[in-house]
Design a protein around this ligand. Structure first.
Ligand code: GLC
Length: 810
C-alpha cells in the first residue's frame, strides 16, 4: 500500500491528515509566531524554544533516546476506575478507537477516541503573544457520566540547551519552579545562563532572562514542578506516578529537574462536550509576575483563543495567496500552492537549526542557508526579508568576508572561511530588488561585524571583491575548507585547490551584479565585473572542461575531483548545473554537461549529487568520503542540487527533463513507499538514499533543507516561468511538451496578475504571444515587449500567454 496507509492531504491541500498514529518516524509540524516556536509531532512529541533553540530552550527533547519522540506536550486523562491515557496516543500509547492528526499551516490538531471520550487537542502559537495554546475539547460519547482528571504536562529545559545536555544535573541546581496561587500559574526559570557556545569554560554571572509560565483555563486542583515527583522513580512519561495515583504532589523546586504539571477535574455527562485551554508561555524575567497573568487571562477565554487561531489562519491565507497555480499535475499544485511555501517559511525562520534531525545546538543561522531560504517569504513579506538581509549583512566583515553562521539571540558566530559564503549576500540583495523594485534599499546603512558601517550596495560589492582578491594564479576561486558542499572539507584547506562550482557561482554573481550596477549608473564597476566574468569563464573552459562535463575542482595535492580520470566521484551535479545557470558554458557544452549528468546521476527517485559514490576514505577530499556510499553528500539523491538541475534544464529549454526531475523529487512522489521512505511526505527531505546503498529510497533530514525554496522558485519562476526582474514580471515557461497549459495568479508589487498559459503546439519552451485580456487601457498584444508584463502597481490583470514559436520564427 502506498502513502494512503498513513494518511492523505485534505481537499484544499493545506493539511496533511495522518490516519494512524504509528507512522514510520515521528512526523513533524511547526507552530510558531517567529519568536516562540514549537515542534509538534503526530504523537504529541516535540520541543519549544524562544528565538534560538540553543540559547533559549523552553522544553526538552531527547535525541537518540528510546522510547522515540519524548518528551512532548502531554495531556493525560484518568477516569474514576483508574484507567488513564494520553490525548495524543503517546506517551501512554493505548490503542485509540479513533485517531487523526492534522498537520496544517501553523497548527496541529490531534483527534482521538478512547474509553468513551472523544478528544481534540489543537496546538498553535498566536501571532501576537509568545505563548503556545493547547485548545482541548472533550466529548463524552458514552451513556455514563465520567468524572475525569486532566493532567497537562511538559518537561522543562530552561535556558541553554547544550549546557543542560552536557552538565546535568549540575545545571538543574539553578532551576526554580513555583506556583502562584493568586493567578493559578506555574512559573519556572533558571538562575544561571550561559550565552556563548564555549559552554562551561567561563561562568557568566547571570540568570536566564526569561520566565516560563504554565496555566489552565480550569481551576487547578494540584500541580507539580518537580519532574521526579510527577513521573516517579524508575518510571517514564508512559506511566507517571501522579497520573496513576490520580494526584499531583504540589511540588515546587528551588533546585532539581523541572517540569510543569497541572491537574484539574471535570465531569462529563453523557453526550456533553467540555472545552479547556492549557497555556505555556514565555515572558521577560524583569517584571514577569506582572507580564504573565494578563496573557494567561486572555487565553483562558475561549473566544480569544478562537480569535487568535483565526489570526493564524488569516496570516497563512495571505501568505500563500502570493502565488497560486493550477497545472495539469495536482501534486505540483499542492507543493507550489501550500507546502513548499510553508516549508520555505520554516527554513527562513528555523534555518538548519531546530528540526527533528537538527538538535538546535550546533549551527545557528547559516549565512549561506539564510540567503537562499529568504527567497520564499520574499514574495509575501519583503519588509521582513529586508530586515533579515540587513541582519545577515551585519555579520559581514569590512574586508568583505563573513561569519559562516551566527546565533540570532546572542550574535555569536563562527568564521570558517567557506569559499562560497560571502557570495550569497549579493544573491539575497538582488532577489529582494527584483521582487520589490525598491532600489532605495541599496542606500540603507548597516554596520560590519568588526568595525565601521556601509550601505547595502557597498556590502554587496565587498562580498564580491573579497573572493576576487583571493583567486589562485589560474584565476579561479580557492576551495578553502568547503563550498556549498560542506563535506568536501579537505580538498582545499591549504589554499591551493580550486572550486569549479564556486567559480561558476562567482560568475553568476558577476553577471547579475553587473546588470544591477549598470542600472544604477555604476558603469565602471559593472564593466570590471564583466571583464572578470570573462576571465574566470575562460579559465573554467580552458582548464576545467573534462571532455563531456566540467570537473568539480582541483585539490591541494594537485589532483582533481569530478573527472573521468577519477575512479570515484567522477561527476558532480553542481558543476554541471551551474555551468548552465551561470552562462559560462558555451551552449553545446552546457547541454553535453547536463546530458552527462542525466545519464550518470539520474535515478528513479531523482538525481544523485555525485557518481560513483566514494567507497574508500580519501584524505584529500574529506567528510563526503567518510559517509556511507549512497547517503548524505556521498552520492545520495540530494534534493538541493536536484533543484538546481531543474533550474539548469529550464534555462536550456528542456521542459520535459526539468519536469522529470521536479516530479521525481516531490516528497509525495519520493514517499511512494512510506515505510521505506520514513520521512514526512508533505515536505522535502535533505536527501533520499540512492541505489548505492541497500536502503535505497530511505529519506532523512526532513524540513530543514534549501531544496524547499529552490523547488518553489523552480516551479513558479522557471517551469511556469513567471519570474520577477528589475523591470517587472516576465513570463517564460518551460514545461513538459505534453502540457496543454496552466494558470498562475501572482501578486507582484501591488498588482495581481492572473495569467493563463496555453500550449496548443505542445512545445517545451517559447512564447508566441502575450495578450492583456482584462485591461481596458491596454488591450494590445504585448509580445513585442518580449515576455515582460506591464508593471501595474495595483488592480487585477488578466493575461493570456500562448506558447509556441513567435510568428516571425514560423
Ligand atoms: C547542509 C547545509 C548546507 C550545505 C549542504 C551541503 O544542508 O546546511 O549549508 O550546503 O548541507 O553540504
Amino acid at each position: 500500500m502506498g502513502l494512503e496507509k498513513y494518511g492523505h492531504f485534505s481537499e484544499d491541500g493545506r493539511e496533511f491528515i495522518i490516519t494512524r498514529p504509528d507512522t514510520p518516524a515521528p512526523w513533524v509540524n511547526y507552530i510558531s509566531n517567529t519568536r516562540y516556536t514549537g515542534l509538534v509531532t503526530n504523537s504529541g512529541g516535540g520541543y519549544s524554544f524562544y528565538i534560538c533553540p540553543k540559547d533559549s530552550r523552553i522544553t526538552r527533547h531527547r535525541y537518540n533516546g528510546l522510547p522515540w519522540d519524548r518528551p512532548g506536550r502531554y495531556v493525560y486523562l484518568r477516569n474514576e476506575d483508574g484507567d488513564y491515557w494520553s490525548l495524543t496516543w503517546q506517551p501512554v500509547g493505548k490503542k485509540p478507537d479513533f485517531y487523526e492528526c492534522r498537520h496544517g499551516m501553523g497548527y496541529t490538531q490531534i483527534e482521538q477516541e478512547y474509553g468513551g471520550i472523544r478528544s481534540k487537542v489543537l496546538y498553535f502559537v498566536p501571532q501576537d503573544d509568545d505563548v503556545e495554546v493547547w485548545r482541548i475539547s472533550l466529548t463524552n460519547m458514552s451513556h455514563k457520566t465520567h468524572k475525569t482528571h486532566v493532567f497537562a504536562y511538559a518537561e522543562l529545559c530552561l535556558g541553554h540547551a547544550l549546557v543542560d545536555l552536557i552538565n546535568q544535573p549540575n545545571d538543574q541546581h539553578f532551576n526554580v519552579v513555583k506556583f502562584d496561587r493568586e493567578h493559578e500559574l506555574l512559573y519556572a526559570t533558571k538562575n544561571y545562563w550561559v550565552t556563548y557556545s564555549g559552554a562551561t569554560v567561563k561562568q557568566p554571572n547571570q540568570a536566564w532572562n526569561k520566565y516560563v509560565f504554565f496555566a489552565s483555563s480550569l481551576p487547578v486542583a494540584a500541580f507539580d514542578g518537580k519532574k521526579d515527583a510527577f513521573i516517579g522513580p524508575w518510571r517514564s512519561e508512559s506511566n507517571p506516578i501522579a497520573v496513576e495515583k490520580g494526584k499531583c504532589g504540589n511540588t515546587e523546586i528551588t533546585a532539581g529537574d523541572a517540569c510543569a504539571a497541572l491537574q484539574s477535574e471535570i465531569t462529563l455527562a453523557p453526550g456533553e462536550t467540555r472545552e479547556l485551554v492549557i497555556l505555556m508561555g514565555i515572558v521577560d524575567r524583569e517584571g514577569y509576575s506582572d507580564l504573565a497573568p494578563p496573557i494567561a487571562e486572555k487565553y483562558r477565554d475561549l473566544a480569544n483563543v478562537d480569535a487568535a487561531f483565526e489570526g493564524v489562519k488569516k496570516y497563512w491565507d495571505a501568505y500563500l495567496s502570493v502565488a497560486q497555480v493550477e497545472t495539469p499535475d495536482p501534486r505540483m499544485d499542492l507543493m507550489l500552492n501550500a507546502w513548499a511555501k510553508r516549508q520555505a517559511w520554516v527554513t527562513f525562520h528555523m534555518h538548519r537549526t531546530a528540526g527533528y534531525y537538527h538538535g538546535g545546538l550546533l549551527f545557528g543561522t547559516g549565512i549561506r542557508d539564510q540567503c537562499q531560504d529568504l527567497q520564499g517569504p520574499l514574495m509575501a513579506e519583503p519588509e521582513v526579508v529586508a530586515d533579515r538581509i540587513c541582519e545577515v549583512l551585519s555579520h559581514q566583515f569590512a574586508d568583505g568576508s563573513t561569519l559562516h553562521n551566527f546565533f540570532r539571540l546572542t550574535g555569536h558566530g563562527e568564521k570558517t572561511g567557506h569559499s562560497d559564503t560571502p557570495l550569497w549576500l549579493p544573491l539575497a540583495i538582488m532577489a529582494y530588488l527584483k521582487e520589490t523594485g525598491d532600489f532605495e534599499f541599496l542606500k540603507r546603512v548597516v554596520p560590519f561585524q568588526d568595525e565601521g558601517e556601509a550601505s547595502v550596495l557597498d556590502h554587496l560589492t565587498r562580498a564580491i571583491d573579497y573572493p576576487l582578491s583571493n583567486l589562485t594564479p589560474r584565476h579561479l576561486p580557492k576551495f578553502g575548507p568547503g563550498d556549498w558542499n560542506d563535506t568536501l572539507d579537505y580538498v582545499g584547506r591549504q589554499g591551493i585547490g580550486e572550486s569549479v562550482w564556486v567559480a561558476e557561482f562567482l560568475c553568476y554573481i558577476f553577471r547579475e551584479s553587473a546588470d544591477l550596477l549598470d542600472r544604477i549608473g555604476q558603469k565602471d564597476k559593472a564593466a570590471h565585473y564583466r571583464s572578470e566574468y570573462a576571465q574566470v569563464a575562460a579559465a573554467l573552459n580552458a582548464l576545467c572542461w573534462d571532455g563531456e562535463w566540467y570537473i568539480r575542482g582541483t585539490r591541494d595535492d594537485g589532483g582533481v575531483i569530478g573527472s573521468h580520470t577519477n575512479e570515484e566521484g567522477r561527476i558532480f551535479m553542481n558543476s554541471e548545473s551551474w555551468a548552465a545557470i551561470s552562462g559560462i558554458a558555451p551552449e553545446d557544452r552546457a547541454r553535453m554537461a547536463m546530458d552527462s549528468a542525466y545519464s550518470m546521476l539520474n535515478t528513479p527517485r531523482g538525481p544523485k549529487v555525485l557518481h560513483p559514490a566514494y567507497t574508500k576514505v580519501d584524505m584529500g577530499v574529506g567528510l563526503a568520503t567518510r559517509c556511507v556510499p549512497g547517503k548524505k553528500e556521498n552520492g545520495a539523491i540530494f534534493n538541493h542540487p536536484a533543484a538546481w538541475a531543474v533550474l539548469a534544464e529550464c534555462l536550456l529549454g528542456n521542459g520535459d527533463r526539468a519536469y522529470e526531475y521536479f516530479k521525481k523529487t516531490m516528497p509525495i512522489n519520493q514517499a511512494y513507499d512510506p515505510d521505506l521512505y520514513r520521512m514526512e511526505p508533505y515536505v522535502y527531505s535533505e536527501y533520499v538514499t540512492s541505489p548505492d546503498h541497500p536502503t535505497f529510497g530511505e529519506a532523512s533530514h526532513s524540513w530543514l533543507t534549501g531544496s524547499a525554496v529552490w523547488f518553489l522558485r523552480d516551479g513558479l519562476d522557471y517551469i511556469l516561468g513567471v519570474r520577477p526582474t528589475y523591470d517587472g514580471l516576465i513570463v517564460d515557461p518551460c514545461v513538459p511538451a505534453e502540457w496543454d497549459g496552466f494558470k498562475i495568479t501572482r501578486k507582484f508589487r501591488g498588482a495581481t496578475y492572473e495569467i493563463q498559459v496555453l500550449n496548443p503546439d505542445h512545445v517545451q519552451h517559447g512564447v508566441a504571444s502575450v495578450q492583456i485580456v482584462s485591461d481596458q487601457s491596454d488591450k494590445s498584444d504585448v509580445s513585442d515587449r518580449g515576455c515582460l508584463l506591464p508593471l501595474y502597481k495595483s488592480g487585477v490583470h488578466k493575461i493570456r500567454v500562448i506558447m509556441g514559436k513567435k510568428e516571425e520564427e514560423v
